[in-house]
Design a binder for this molecule. Structure first.
Ligand code: ADP
Ligand code: ZN
Length: 745
């Protein structure tokens, strides 16, 4: 038997090996093996059976070891890996490594414990006989006569000073029973049911939920690939639809992958899902998967899925690679989240990979959001995805009232920029008196370097690309991140002539100080990057907020995801438009998403909520559409703009980054390369740049970039790769391709 193996050894090729007699029965496509590569040993994944065409078979080396008795990469995942490698222009090896958790690659297995308990009762005369013939066995047996529960084998043997063969003899005769228990570390197990009001009784579905649920049940039953986009306003009960779909898949004997953004994997959501899943399918373990797992937890979860012991995984982005058996359903919650994009090799978009995984497995895919990505929405409009709608909040609760505060007036009134408008201060006061809670959001995703006029709200844009430009202090210029166009920065606002049009963002700390000044008696907590870094502090603050020990919570939009605080009746957005100044054609989309999601946090209980949005551009379309939570309206307007500029979703975008120690050389070669690409691709590819990257230098390496717009990816990537190999790159220039990047920054 000869197999082709993908070595995990730093080069992207398939190598062939002989399989020794003894391993042939248990070795399959997808097995993890140890192989000799050159003079070293390496790990590899068996990719195919059969001989090489270009190498004499007698000269092949042999597989040395089979690491696990089961394939670590089932055929569906191998196929997915190949697709990803070609679509995202990354080494197959890097994808395979991302798919197999490190402890599995290390060959670790579950920690096992052996337990002993009393077996058959021995009549007295036989016991006497045993005492004479095998006194040690008798001692061990007698010990268990007085024990009510199983005991750990190791401990008992140690205490009674008997050896393992002694126990084995008793087990063989049936006098003792031995069982193997696997040590499992279930992530977040400690939090389940503790202090969380977990609704185990499913609510009665409303009409729209029922329709969506029935549609999904039918799809799951058909066992064919179909993508459904569930557009449900915040608080419309999308989770119930997911849960029912999961139920259908499990009842049909299939497995489920449920993806959520990493930040949404709070103990609260996990506990809620767990308890409901366990109610649906009492015999099923649900594996939780995220980046904070210990190696042991990761391994346990992974093995439970591979062996089929668990059929559901709830996890962040990389759970899309979970080795779930008989995959029937893939759910992607908050599918619009940029967090699904991985920003290091392999650079993939988790949502799109989820769709592909479902396609390969002929499974149903359910994408859900209150603010779908325009990519998914346009797929739905074109009929490629089925659109399911939840237009009403459960119990017909009203969407919160959104109060848009014009900060231009506020600046004039307060003579300078203050973090809090009078409207917001009044609203916080009244909540504090009523013992209701407030969340203040600070928008951190932005630059302190955009040009915004505080008098008229004007934002400087690139005339070619219809997106905000960035201010560069060093040479006092404005630069476009897409086309590289550069011009001198104006000293006064080009629209109203006001001086000082440079925007400085407000940090969480400054906002906290301002809040303390106006509400000295309130209990205030701040959650920012520092607090987020410490996992337990983050959970602790959320816990205190939930139990009412905190009146006002200040933080970035991260705290807004997937959390449900019934006593929050006021949400303030300190600087709504920072995300509109981000130099990215998706700036409006991100702002709309932010506003709608943030507003969704208010008034989740039986009280009505209020949202105060502070902005310098109160009349902008994005602010107005989000005020009505009018997704369709927003999407139509935004898609028109995208179509006009042929931005995604009308074309794909590919980012090409070059890095090197000499700026001159880098510039020269990226320009040469750009010319070559233009000559070869002609009008099949639109090119912007080359230009210096927003961050021009990292760790002594300069960075230049190019953008490609293209209607199709796969063929372009094949050709680009071929061209890259032919091009005379200097040794010290490295490059990265990023297909469908989530951000332009
Ligand atoms: P979404 O994800 O759409 O914002 P959720 O799924 O979090 O909304 O649901 C919001 C709340 O409404 C949850 O507490 C949920 O238990 C509850 N809920 C969902 N469906 C119903 C229903 N049909 N009747 C009553 N309550 C419901
Ligand atoms: Zn431009």
């Amino acid at each position: 038997m000869i197999v082709g193996v993908h070595p995990l050894a730093g080069f992207d090729r398939i190598l062939h090996y002989k399989v020794p007699e003894g391993l042939q029965a248990s070795l399959h496509v997808g097995s993890l093996v140890r192989i000799p590569v050159g003079r070293r040993m390496a790990l590899g994944v068996v990719g195919s059976e059969g001989s090489p065409t270009d190498f004499p078979v007698e000269k092949l080396k042999s597989v040395v070891q089979l690491i696990h008795p089961f394939p670590v990469l089932p055929p569906d995942l191998l196929e997915l890996a190949k697709w990803m490698a070609s679509y995202y222009a990354c080494p197959l090896e890097s994808v395979i490594e991302a798919m197999i958790p490190a402890p599995v690659r290390a060959g670790a297995s579950l920690k096992e414990e052996r337990w002993l308990s009393l077996g058959e009762k021995l009549p007295t005369d036989e016991l006497a006989q045993l005492e004479r013939r095998a006194p040690q066995q008798a001692r061990l047996y007698r010990f268990f006569l007085t024990q009510m529960f199983p005991l750990k084998k190791g401990l008992v043997l140690q205490r009674l000073r008997v050896t393992s063969p002694v126990a084995a003899a008793l087990v063989k005769r049936g006098l003792l029973k031995e069982e193997v228990r696997r040590l499992e570390r279930v992530a977040y197990a400690d939090d389940v049911g503790r202090g969380e009001a977990v609704a185990a009784i499913p609510p009665t579905l409303n009409r729209e939920q029922l329709a969506a649920t029935e549609a999904m049940a039918a799809t799951v039953a058909e066992k064919c690939f179909q993508v459904s986009l569930l557009h449900g306003v915040t608080g419309s009960g999308k989770t119930e639809v997911y849960l029912h779909a999961i139920d259908s898949a499990l009842k049909a004997g299939g497995g489920v992958i449920f993806l959520v953004p990493e930040v949404a994997l709070t103990p609260q959501t996990v506990a809620r899902l767990r308890s409901r899943l366990e109610a649906i399918a009492p015999n099923h373990r649900c594996v939780v998967w995220h980046s904070h797992l210990s190696e042991g937890e990761r391994l346990d979860g992974w093995l439970a899925l591979v062996t089929g012991e668990a059929r559901v995984v709830v996890g962040a982005r990389s759970a899309v690679f979970a080795p779930v058996r008989d995959l029937r359903l893939v759910v992607v919650d908050e599918e619009h989240e940029p967090a699904y994009k991985q920003d290091e090799t392999p650079r993939y978009q988790g949502r799109d990979v989820a769709v592909m995984r479902a396609k390969i497995n002929r499974a149903a895919c359910l994408l859900g959001s209150a603010t779908p990505s325009l990519e998914s929405y346009s797929n739905a409009r074109a009929g490629r995805y089925r659109l399911l709608r939840l237009t009403e909040r459960v119990d017909s609760r009203k969407l919160p009232f959104i109060d848009v505060v014009d900060m231009r007036i506020e600046v004039a009134r307060q003579r300078g920029l203050s973090a809090l408008s009078r409207r917001l201060v009044d609203a916080m006061h009244s909540r504090f008196e009523k013992r209701e809670q407030t969340i203040l959001f600070i928008n951190r995703r932005g630059y302190s370097s955009s040009m915004l006029c505080r008098k008229c709200g004007h934002v400087e844009e690139c005339s070619h690309c219809s997106m905000a430009v960035t201010y560069h202090r060093v040479d006092e210029t404005l630069r476009c991140h897409l086309c590289g166009d550069t011009r001198p920065a104006p000293v006064r606002c080009p629209q109203c002539g006001a001086p000082d049009i440079r925007w400085r963002g407000l940090g969480t700390q400054r906002v906290e100080e301002a809040v303390r000044r106006v509400l000295p008696k309130a209990r205030i907590e701040r959650m920012d990057a520092d607090t987020m870094a410490r996992k337990n502090r983050f959970r602790q603050i959320l816990g205190e907020f939930r139990t009412g020990k905190i009146d006002i919570l200040i933080g970035t939009q991260m705290i807004g995801k997937g959390l449900d605080f019934p006593n929050v009746t006021l949400v303030g957005l300190i600087d709504a438009d920072i995300s509109m100044h981000v130099p990215d054609f998706r700036a409006n989309e991100r702002t709309f998403q932010l506003l709608v999601q943030v507003a969704g946090r208010a008034g989740r209980g039986d009280r009505a909520g209020e949202v105060v949005v502070q902005t310098f551009v109160p009349h902008s379309e994005t602010i107005q559409f989000s005020r009505q939570a009018d997704f369709e309206g927003f999407a139509e307007a935004e898609l028109r703009m995208r179509e006009q500029f042929r931005y995604p979703p009308y074309r794909h975008l590919i980012h090409h980054l070059f890095r090197g120690p000499s700026e001159e050389k880098l510039k020269y070669f990226s320009e040469q390369w750009a010319r070559k690409v233009e000559a070869v691709f002609g009008n099949r590819l639109e090119l912007r740049g080359p230009s210096a990257s927003p961050i021009e230098k990292i760790k002594d390496l300069y960075r230049w970039q190019l953008w490609y717009f293209t209607p199709t990816v796969s063929r372009i990537i094949v050709e680009l790769n071929r061209l890259r190999l032919e091009f005379p790159w200097p040794e010290d220039i490295t490059q990265v391709l990023d297909v469908d990047p989530a951000n332009l920054t």
